[in-house]
Design a protein around this ligand. Structure first.
Ligand SMILES: [Zn+2]
Length: 246
């Protein structure tokens, strides 16, 4: 990338509530979960919202069976990093559509949870400038960035008022994990091991994905990504985010 800052800034820590919104079970565990462990360690309140159950994620498993299994794996992986509130929307895995229906669902969740920090996964076209991103990630990331504003405006989705959801304009940052243009980072020296365990809870998914031993696959991946971030974060293993202040 051409316009990356030399050094990553520490992600702001003066907040109490975070809502993390992603498309699929495992999206948060490919990195962000180690940062979540650091946040819950200091007493922050973190909730997860999954737009799908990842039911199209395992070739050999039919969606009905797969969705229930992946929901269980997601709840277990959240518990490892101190997150007990895990909600699922019923959008269809693989064909999530960016649009007002998705924005409304996310705005409603933001009004319910009233977070200061919103986390999502990479909404940009590629990972690392090389690998084409998936349509679900792009749609959910973009809709989350947009819903931060929708949640604060009483005239957008006025039907939410009737559901007892008044505007919440308190989102101060949206932090995008896995972005090819990171600006900030979170030190995961203490959270790293729980990040490994958290991703390993997606065992059925990982076993279908690779012939490698699940633990070495997970450990190698997270060591590589947190180590690469360390070069721009004072040598400390880190999870990176592209942060949009509001
Ligand atoms: Zn995903």
């Amino acid at each position: 990338m051409t316009d990356q800052p030399e050094r990553l800034a520490p992600l702001p820590a003066d907040w109490q509530r975070c809502l993390a919104v992603v498309a699929h079970p495992d999206d948060l565990e490919y990195g962000a979960a180690a940062a979540v462990a650091a946040w819950t360690d200091r007493g922050a309140d973190v909730s997860y919202l999954l737009v799908t159950r990842g039911e199209a994620g395992i070739d050999g498993l039919a969606p009905d069976e797969c969705g229930a299994l992946r929901e269980r794996e997601q709840r277990a992986s959240a518990a490892v990093v101190g997150v007990s509130a895990v909600e699922f929307l019923d959008h269809r895995d693989g064909v999530v559509e960016y649009g007002t229906a998705l924005r409304r669902d996310l705005a409603a969740a933001i009004r319910r949870h009233r977070p200061e920090l919103l986390v999502t996964l990479n909404h940009r076209e590629t990972f690392a400038g090389t690998y084409w991103n998936t349509p679900d990630h792009r749609a959910v990331g973009l809709a989350t960035l947009d819903a931060a504003g929708d949640a604060g405006n009483r005239w957008i989705f006025p039907e939410l008022l009737g559901q007892g959801l008044p505007p919440w304009d308190g989102v101060r940052w949206v932090a995008v994990a896995g972005s090819p243009q990171p600006t900030h980072a979170v030190d995961v020296t203490d959270g790293f091991e729980r990040g490994v365990l958290s991703l390993m809870e997606h065992r059925t998914y990982i076993e279908a994905l690779t012939d490698e031993d699940p633990e070495s696959y997970v450990r190698n991946f997270l060591e590589m990504t947190t180590g690469a971030a360390a070069d721009r974060f004072g040598g400390r293993p880190a999870v990176t985010f592209e942060v949009f202040p509001r």
